[in-house]
Design a protein around this ligand. Structure first.
Ligand SMILES: [Zn+2]
Length: 430
């Protein structure tokens, strides 16, 4: 089995690596080669500064013999040359060809590419030492994603996406999709598909907003449900073809558990901490709160696009215990973790002091000054020893796990609803 990794064929203005890879697969099939698995859509470190959009690479798995390699390379290179947006600065395609046993030696590269920003030079020498063939075009930065996709851990690929592509005449134009049909599909396949629609923002989420060849993608926990979901959506424009990808999306794979003092910028973390200063809201509706874990302090940020999720952050108080998920950015004010999910694990008590009732008549007493006790205006008695009542205030946030709205979600982040449906489904079916 030959694995072919492809990355960095797209630009801000056009193209999508999934489309280039799908075209390569179609061309290979026309030449008599057969796919040995669904193509893999592999998301990598979402904080990569070089990414075009979602930082995705693709791996094709083909049944082939060593003597086929030359012909396969010719086909793939010609497809990449035909479709990649090579004229755009920053489009630096990389293609990696590895036999299944060689690919296993790139497993570590895959995990590191989810968490770090890797140097293409290092990947080139890694491939050279393993005898893995690769092609680089222009700067060839795509070799990082291509090698990582080839080395992807099959166990980490738990979801699927059926992607429909537009005919080239439609690229760059508004996508003609029937919103009602997306809502119906989401309703009937709610247990199996995810991120179809943002009910908070009333926004279709299966269509991208970029001038790329993708018409729509339906994400699901089985290939059948992804394809079924796509089939239920009404489009008022032709579909050139569609492909079902196996993906590492929605697996929470990008998070590293860490202490605050160990966190580095452009990395995604899970961190436990205690709220150390009250939340602040700045113009634009962005909410910030600081937490500390004994090793340091970090600011948690819930920006306006995260929607009603901000209310949770806004209602935290000093002493609350949380588990925060998100990406660390270095801001002039210090390290900031852009929240993607937040588990509130323990609520601090919020109390107010109030005047106690009179022991004789039951009426509320009057304070005689700080620490000087209370007197009753009706009975006239004075009680210098009387302590105030301590009353618990009801908190506006509960213990639980919260997530940003669908439109603010990272491809790699697992929607909360998926946790149980993935578990149920995979247990039920196997
Ligand atoms: Zn009284």
């Amino acid at each position: 089995m030959l694995r072919i990794g492809i990355d960095d064929t797209d630009s801000k203005r056009t193209m999508c690596t999934t489309y280039v890879a799908a075209q390569a697969l179609r061309e290979l099939e026309k030449n008599g080669y057969r796919g040995a698995d669904l193509p893999w859509l592999i998301r990598l470190n979402p904080n990569c500064p070089y990414k075009t959009r979602g930082n995705a690479a693709v791996c094709l798995t083909i049944q082939a013999k060593p003597e086929d390699l030359g012909r396969i390379e010719e086909i793939v290179v010609s497809v990449v040359k035909k479709w990649a947006d090579l004229e755009s600065e920053g489009t630096d395609p990389g293609i990696v060809y590895a036999w299944a046993e060689q690919a296993e030696h790139l497993r570590e590269t895959y995990w590191r590419a989810l968490w770090e920003i890797l140097d293409p030079k290092e990947i080139r020498s890694r491939c050279d030492s393993l005898g893995i063939r690769y092609v680089q075009m222009k700067e060839g930065r795509g070799i990082v994603g291509a090698a990582a996709a080839v080395g992807a851990d099959p166990e980490s690929l738990k979801t699927f996406e059926a992607i429909a592509y537009r005919v080239p005449e439609m690229w760059g134009r508004e996508r003609l999709v029937d919103e009602q049909s997306v809502l119906e599909m989401d309703g009937s396949l709610a247990l199996y598909t995810f991120d179809n629609y943002d009910y908070e923002k009333r926004e279709v989420r299966i269509t991208p907003h970029t001038p790329c060849p993708v018409l729509a993608g339906v994400r699901a926990i089985t290939p059948e449900h992804a394809e079924k979901g796509l089939g239920m959506v009404r489009f008022y424009e032709p579909i050139e073809f569609h492909v079902v990808f196996k993906t590492n999306q929605a697996g929470d794979l990008h998070y590293i558990p860490a202490r605050i003092s160990d966190m580095k910028p452009n990395t995604s973390y899970i961190v436990t901490g205690v709220v150390s200063s009250p939340p602040t809201i700045i113009p634009g509706g962005h909410v910030f709160v600081k937490i500390s874990d004994g090793t340091g302090e970090v600011t948690l940020a819930a920006y306006e696009p995260t929607g009603s999720f901000r209310r949770v952050v806004q209602n935290l108080v000093v002493g609350d215990e949380v588990l925060a998920y998100g990406a660390v950015k270095l801001k002039p004010s210090g390290p900031t973790l852009n929240l993607e999910k937040l588990a509130v694990t323990r609520l601090a008590r919020v109390t107010v002091k109030a005047a106690p009732p009179c022991d004789i008549c039951g009426r509320r007493m009057k304070s005689m000054g700080q620490g000087k006790g209370y007197r009753c205006e009706k009975c006239g008695i004075k009680r210098p020893d009387k302590e105030p009542l301590v009353v618990d205030l009801e908190r506006k946030v509960s213990v639980g796990v919260y997530e940003v709205c669908v439109s603010a979600r990272r491809h790699l982040a697992m929607p909360l609803k998926l946790k149980s449906s993935l578990r149920h489904y995979q247990h039920g079916q196997c």
